[in-house]
Design a protein around this ligand. Structure first.
Ligand SMILES: [Ca+2]
Length: 343
């Protein structure tokens, strides 16, 4: 590589006329240290029998991530997703025959803003905004998900896969082949890019153990009071995953209180790589949004095919979700397709 580069530089010196020709490639220089650029593009088509209209295309993610090290003990990352701001979330009303915008469903495009201090190999302190340490699937990179959408614990209850502003202390300890990874954090508890609305801080703790290769066990607890009226939000979760050869089995169970209701959910997933570039996946997901109310639990049974054109860097996913209701059954099954590239 270096030899080729020198040879080209010598060629340029030997031929001054070439100076006017723009080089074919130019590297971007970091202001300090090194900067790495990553991206994730996900385009969906969703057909939901229970929605009106039933089918729509959606730009699900357009994540742009920059990260780097200042020195080995100080790192940082920033992530934006312009796809989170949608034009159709603007609501208006008619006042004196004039249309007035009453709310703009804005969501900050700033997803991650993190500064990591790593004074020793076994400890790191992350300050800023990023996902709180709760739940296994919620913390898995969106580019590597086995299904197009996450389980109800994250997509419905929002107990994990949610960002907040604060600080997290993470440990990474090893005893032979076993790994122990505790995480504790303190956050505003109001969500993405929001100032605190009360005198309480959200506290979250998670412990992950990898006793043997392929086995992941974890538990987490989050405690919060949300908004000026200090609505209680507290939940506890358990996670387990076992990977053997081309197959994996994993699941999570969580219960707690949020928005004044007691809730409970679990899911179990199995995946198998049947070919190098083809994976089959199935998930049974159960959630009860109010355990004190009868006949309102729901299930989502998902069957999926993942076709890897180039691993998770270019893949196609197809999911069919059979939705079930504990009470009266309704037609609301969903077909979802995802085409993604990540780099
Ligand atoms: Ca708070």
């Amino acid at each position: 590589m270096a030899g080729t580069f020198i040879a080209k530089a010598q060629t340029t010196q030997a031929a001054p006329a070439a100076e006017a020709i723009k080089p074919e490639t130019e590297s971007v220089k970091a202001g300090f240290g090194s900067v790495k650029l990553n991206g994730l593009l996900q385009g969906w088509y969703q057909y939901d029998e229970g929605a009106d209209p039933k089918g729509t295309f959606r730009l699900r993610r357009a994540e742009i991530k920059l990260s780097g090290d200042i020195i080995p003990e100080v790192a940082w990352w920033l992530m934006f997703d312009p796809a989170t701001v949608r034009e159709d979330t603007v609501r208006s009303t008619s006042i004196d025959d004039a249309s007035v915008v009453t709310s703009v469903g804005r969501k900050s495009v700033l997803q991650d803003f993190a500064i990591r201090l790593k004074p020793v190999e076994t400890l790191s302190l992350d300050v800023g905004q990023y996902k709180i340490p709760f739940g296994m699937e919620g913390l898995k990179s969106s580019s590597k998900l086995d299904f197009i959408d996450r389980a109800a614990m994250f997509s419905r209850f929002k107990w994990g896969d949610r960002r907040d502003i604060g600080a997290t202390l993470r440990g990474d300890f090893h005893l032979g082949d076993a790994a122990i990874r505790p995480e504790v954090g303190v956050y505003n508890g109001e969500g993405q890019n929001r100032l605190d609305a009360n005198g309480h801080k959200m506290t979250v703790g998670r412990l992950v153990l990898n006793p043997v290769t392929g086995l992941h066990l974890g538990a987490a607890h989050a405690n919060n009071k949300v908004g000026a009226d200090e609505t209680k939000s507290a939940h506890t979760g358990f996670e387990a995953k076992y990977e053997i050869g081309p197959a994996s089995v994993y699941g999570e169970y969580a219960f707690g209180e949020s928005e004044g209701k007691n809730r409970r959910t679990y899911y179990i997933t199995a995946t198998c790589n049947v070919l190098d570039d083809l994976q089959l996946a199935a998930r049974y997901d159960w959630f009860d949004p109010d355990t004190d109310k009868d006949d309102d639990a729901q299930t989502e049974t998902t069957v999926g095919v993942n076709y890897f054109i180039a691993g998770n860097n270019a893949k196609m996913q197809l999911n069919y979700v059979f939705r079930g209701e504990e009470g009266d059954s309704i037609n609301n099954d969903v077909l979802r397709a995802n085409l993604q590239v990540s780099f």
